[in-house]
Ligand binder design. Structure first.
Ligand SMILES: *Cc1c(COP(=O)(O)O)cnc(C)c1O
Length: 509
């Protein structure tokens, strides 16, 4: 049976290998060209219907050439991505990515490493990242950590570790509803916290009602007096406060909770202190930002994203836990097929699969390691400081302009504002609607991509400066476009006789 000796999906002959090699180099060159010419491209463009339809094809039985698949990527996928590599992408909180991280992804894929466990050097790369984060946040040698998809997963892991710590390992068998576990658990986070924290409560089985949303002060930080009184009321009602989740950089406005004060409350109340530092925690790398995070070093666990301010290509989230024993208690499970041995490939316990829900996992650590070593923390920190200075510059320009209104303080790198012409005579609801449409106009123009949020009940244009490629003149281009398209929207409103709710729905060129 000769085919039993020769079957493989790899190229069959040396000449096939040289063809795939040449094609691979072309693919790499295309990506370098794309990044080198990024400024000449629209940030984003709507997906044509025929392009979308091209990916509604039947499952392919026969092969197409690699060059053809690549051609389709270049014409049908690459032009219609979100655009967060572009310097004028300012929507949501997206990192810009690094060339080094991109290349590391290719190396990691070539190795096809599975980082669930076993005794392999790729795991030492991940452990290096864990030790670096331990040192960055001044955590003790007992700390453990894990690379995960993103902070949604990292925050979930933080909640699960805190839950198991509070209820005991036995609760993993009996479930959270076991009446012998005592008083029901209750936790606290600011009203401005990311939605994934509540989601973690839904997934954990504790339920979202077990999470109190504490009011915020004028700076959008958790109100500490309100926190203490909620805790007292819950204790009086027979509940058991077990966790407080602080935020280092809220997603709406970039506010940083008073982490040191939260650590003190958590200590006094014997609660777990978790910090959602999705984008803000890496502010530790910027000397001018780090003091604002004071108290983060007292956390029991920290969630953060390398793929936001760390600029590492997606996805690269991280959870750091002060005592790895707590993480093991929440996740490690015996299984015959995962047995450990003092020598051979089954050595090197504990494994990442003991520290989180995933067994098979990719080599995310490599792109993090490449980005950290090839840029160094000083330059990565400088990129973070740079985006905060850009935010201040944008704030100053907004404050100086009569048609622009700022809606929130600028703590870090996020600026919330809107176009509001006092002479336009528009109602409050119309101004909200105008700004929603204005952001869609901006996105469709390809000039710049901010997103929207609601601050104090009002619709804001939200600019999150994360991308290391953004410079001051990009902000000027953004504001020029806001003013031009905003004035057009006001003119449109003046000529539209439609009643309020449907105003001005249509987008005219
Ligand atoms: C982005 C973000 C998250 C969610 O992180 P993902 O990496 O998108 O899963 C959570 N909290 C905050 C404050 C964020 O900015």
């Amino acid at each position: 049976m000769p085919e039993l000796e020769s079957f493989s999906l790899d190229p069959a002959s040396p000449s096939d290998w040289s063809a795939v090699r040449a094609q691979g180099h072309r693919m790499l060159d295309d990506l370098f060209d794309h990044l080198a010419q990024i400024r000449e491209r629209p940030v984003w463009q709507p997906i044509p219907a025929e392009v979308r339809a091209a990916f509604d094809a039947p499952l392919p039985a026969a092969p197409v050439a690699l060059a053809e698949a690549h051609g389709r990527f270049m014409t049908q996928v690459l032009p219609y991505a979100v655009g967060n590599t572009h310097p004028r992408f300012m929507g949501w909180v997206h990192g810009g990515g690094t060339v080094e991280g991109m290349l590391a992804e290719m190396l990691a894929a070539g190795l096809n490493a599975n980082l669930g466990g076993r005794d392999q050097m790729p795991l030492e790369v991940e452990r290096q990242i864990v030790r670096w984060m331990r040192d960055l946040f001044a955590f003790p040698a007992t700390a453990g950590g894990l690379l995960v998809t993103g902070s949604s997963m990292a925050n979930l892991i933080g909640v699960l570790v805190a839950r198991t710590r509070a209820l005991g390992v036995g609760s993993r068998e009996t479930g959270v509803a076991d009446p012998s576990l005592g008083r029901p658990l209750v936790a606290y986070t600011a009203a401005s916290a990311h939605g994934c924290v509540a989601q973690a409560f839904a997934i954990s089985g504790l339920g979202t009602q077990a999470l109190r949303h504490v009011p915020v002060d004028a700076d959008h930080r958790m109100d500490l007096v309100a926190l203490e009184s909620l805790i007292a009321a819950d204790r009086a009602a027979g509940l058991r406060p077990f966790l407080v989740v602080g935020t280092a950089g809220t997603v709406d406005t970039g506010a940083v909770d008073d982490l040191d004060a939260l650590a003190t409350v958590a200590e006094r109340q014997q609660m777990w202190f978790h910090v959602d530092g999705a984008f803000g925690a890496l502010g530790m790398l910027a000397p001018e930002i780090a003091p604002r995070l004071r108290g983060i070093e007292r956390a029991d666990s920290i969630a953060l994203d390398f793929h936001k301010w760390g600029q590492v290509p997606y996805d690269a989230g991280f959870i750091l836990v002060r005592d790895q024993a707590d993480q093991l208690a929440a996740f490690a499970s015996p299984a015959a097929y995962l047995a450990r041995h003092p020598r051979g490939l089954a050595a090197g316990s504990p494994w990442p699969c003991d520290l989180g829900p995933d067994l098979s996992r990719g080599f995310r650590a490599l792109k993090v390691w490449f980005t950290l070593v090839t840029h160094g923390t000083e330059r990565l920190g400088a990129a973070i400081g740079h985006s905060c200075r850009l935010a201040q510059r944008l704030k100053d320009r907004i404050d100086a302009h009569p048609l622009l209104e700022r809606l929130a303080p600028v703590a870090l790198n996020i600026v919330c504002f809107r176009y509001a012409d006092p002479a336009s005579g528009l109602s409050a609801a119309q101004v909200d609607r105008l700004n929603t449409e204005l952001v869609a106009d901006l996105q469709e123009s390809g000039i710049a991509v901010p997103s929207t949020t609601t601050v104090g009940g009002r619709t804001a244009i939200r600019v999150a400066l994360v991308n290391h490629r953004t410079v001051a003149s990009d902000l000027d281009v953004l504001l020029d476009a806001v003013l031009r398209l905003g004035a057009r929207r006001v003119r449109l409103a003046a000529t539209t006789r439609l009643p309020d709710p449907s105003f001005p729905l249509e987008t005219t060129p």
